[in-house]
Design a protein around this ligand. Sequence first.
Ligand code: AMP
Length: 501
Amino acid sequence: MGRPIGIDLGTTYSAVSMLGEDGTPTILPNREGGRITPSVVYFQDDGSVLVGEMAKRSAAVNPLDTVEWVKRHMGNPDWRFEAPNGVVHTPESVSALILKRLKEDAELYLGDGAVRDVVITVPAYFDDAKRRATKDAGRIAGLNVLRVLNEPTAAALAFGAEKERDGTFLVFDLGGGTFDVTVMNIRNGVLDVMGTDGLHELGGKDWDDRVMIWLNREFQAAGGPDLMATFEDEAMLRDRSETAKRTLSQALTTKVPLSAGGVTRTLSLTRDTFEEITSDLLNQARDMTISLVEELGLGWSHVDQILLVGGSTRMPAVPRMLEVVAGRKPQVAGNPDEVVSLGAALQAGLEAPGRDDTPPLVVKDVTSQGLGVIALDADTGQERNFTIIPRNTKIPAKRSEGFSTVVDGQTEINIRVTQGDDDDPTYVKLIGTQTIEIPPYPKGAPIGVEYAYDIDQIVFISVYDYSAQTLITSFEVTNDANLSADDIDDAHDDNRNTEVN
Ligand code: AMP
């Protein structure tokens, strides 16, 4: 039986680590000797798949048979990919192929038995559906997912364990597809997450997109065809753009050779231009970071260290921006591509079955999303979203709210579970509904709704009949309960409503 491993299942790259005998986590190289593996799957006509570096290379030639950035689709019940052999894939099944490959590579490297127990990291901002999808992907890959761990927590775990330092840390994590900012406090062996926020559609890919648009415009101005017109040219352009972006982290200017439709041009892109055409992207991350620190009632003088995580923090504009905002230089938390995986391995060591010694760090995490229920507001007669567990509540968390029936003889209530912080039901995400039968009480019969977030931030709901002092039902919000806008309309039926007085 192998030891548990930690997996950073990234948008663009994944990394695998394990604790050594001395308790230090190390990266397990993949079969090509690489320390990180592209999270790319190439589906071949005969039904076989390539994952990793080979798949990434194939993406440039066979973009339609390749899946990249699948992490951005996790938890989306509508996303499907049809492989050339007709097999239809979900985000979970594609992610499972990546995980399976990582598992096999780890087994190959370790050569000492099957890898089964894993900790997989997710962005702190991942909601319930995305976390479940990640767990399911692990199960499909034949893994036992001990825990889904927040990426910034993993990063801080790696940093805290390395340096054994107490203090308040801000983890600024800008990866390939997501951005997270998290503030945490490490004191006397307890890692206390104070707050987190993020944009799960902001990452290195967006910087690549800007370079693509710029290069394409310049190429056309120099007499070339539109490089976005064919998938092949677009894939080539994407590849060159990412390389140009990476080069500009080292150099002040880069030359990009482009060739299409018989036209070959070499374009020059400077770091200044690159920073200019992407400044609004960095500003989004900056503004969110400033807001979080303010929201937590902290001044920048209270933040002892700023840790940089994620490959995109290698762009020089990132540490420069943070230095301006915070008045101090941020720290590079080891290798920004590897640190999350190393933290996952540390957590995997803590979670290992049969382990009974005291863990070196206790992690107290918070909810990254508010959780609520839609009910009638007795004051206005309008439907409102009532937050039951606010964002940034310590987990595991359990909170309840009292509601009442709205008509005499009401026999059903419809529980509409929401994610988000707004009072207005239009601005929150409906993550599940459940219709529950109740005895026909007069209007105003009290109903209790209790929400619980477990340690993996998965949501459990219990509904109580306070008249009979009984638990009516408990349920989990499952992936199947991910609803579309039509479901939301269907759920608006007054005779099944409840209200808050
Ligand atoms: P991660 O998922 O954390 O490994 O981050 C991957 C992202 O980091 C991708 O968008 C890469 O293009 C980006 N990245 C990696 N190295 C560099 C670099 N030297 N300069 C700029 N971006 C980079």
